[in-house]
Write a protein that binds this ligand. Sequence first.
Ligand code: URA
Length: 437
Amino acid sequence: VTEDVRDALARKRDGGVLTEDEIRSLVLGYARGEVADHVASAFLMAAFIRGLDGAETASLTRAMVESGTTLPLRGVSRPKVDKHSTGGVADAVTLVFAPLAASLGLAVAKLSGRGLGHTGGTLDKLESIPGLRTDLTVDALERQVEEVGCAVAAQSRDLVPADGTLYALREATATVPSVPLIAASVMSKKLAVETDLILLDVKAGSGAFMKTPEEAAELAGVCVGLGEAWGRRCTAAVTDMSQPLGDAVGNALDIAEAVTILRGQDHGRLRELTLLFASQAMEALTGVPSAEAVSRAEHALESGDGLETFRRMVEAQGGDPRVVDDPATVLPSAPHIRPLLADLPGAVTSMDGEAIGRASVMLGAGRLRKGDAIDPSVGIVLHAKIGDRVEVGQPVGEIHARDPVSADAAAARVLASMTVSEEPVEPPPLVYGWHHA
Ligand code: URA
């Protein structure tokens, strides 16, 4: 086996192509603990540098799906939609989308990931709710989706275990921002769950793994192509990540922000994008005309229907449901909160989303090494967006930290990540384009 694996690694290293069997034995072997970290790391780095062609990407995706059981969701009677982001900063769309879509009569069974690199992870955010569990069995996930309308769970020994293990290894080996590796990771989790529609949020910009809309469009095309090859309906939006999407960059802070949106009290870009996805799903799956789908989704936020569904989801997963009534009391809070004051006057022209995400990781909200513990309470709240005018000394957000030293360091990093100009600046578009299969 070792000789064969070494030959395959050498071929990929030199720009050759791997067979379906080679990819399958690497991926399945690694998921079972029979292939060592260093062997899988060499594969990832070779794949990162040399790329994977369409057939290799499909083989990788298939092997990852085959590493666990699939979820046919036969017991779920409503139209089923799944949604996934390729990873962003202040990107809590799923936390709002899942209960919102469920309150509109759709079913959302979502397998999510943990924070990766500078980006946050839905599972980490959700687990900041005391008691909440994401290690649902296949049966529990299906039952919850039928009863509540939505569930957000981790990859497990049952569901796409190979993505859980490879994801952590990619994080540790600087092999995350690769089109085929991200496409296989995202799509394996989506293909393992039988849904009627896959919605992908492919992020583009400084806070995303794909830094330009063109690269993101390539990733969207590969993902949608994989969906099509599997005979699945799949829609991808390339969306702006040239700045944090919402205001909260952390874990508990994102939950608090999601609750505010579900209460109908926040009208920013995070809410707007979530409404777009929810109305797209409704239109595609129920045939409701677009304008009506948008107004029904807005109504579900204003009426509190989405919030009630979130409460039921949290409760079903063992979390403290009072988080929807009083997030500040229920969620962990950081011991040190420092205001963030603008240090230059002018219109915000750009933000380095990755630097802001890294500042949050340095505070303890994300992992520097595979398996590190995170601190759910810490993070950044940043209200300023590209196009806003700020004055010197104006409060633009807060740093939530364990101590004053790390708060000061994070504040300096966040301020350094922003540029301003004398001239007025147009905000970037929210959506660059849609891809359908
Ligand atoms: N999200 C995923 O699920 N996988 C990746 O590789 C990147 C973002």
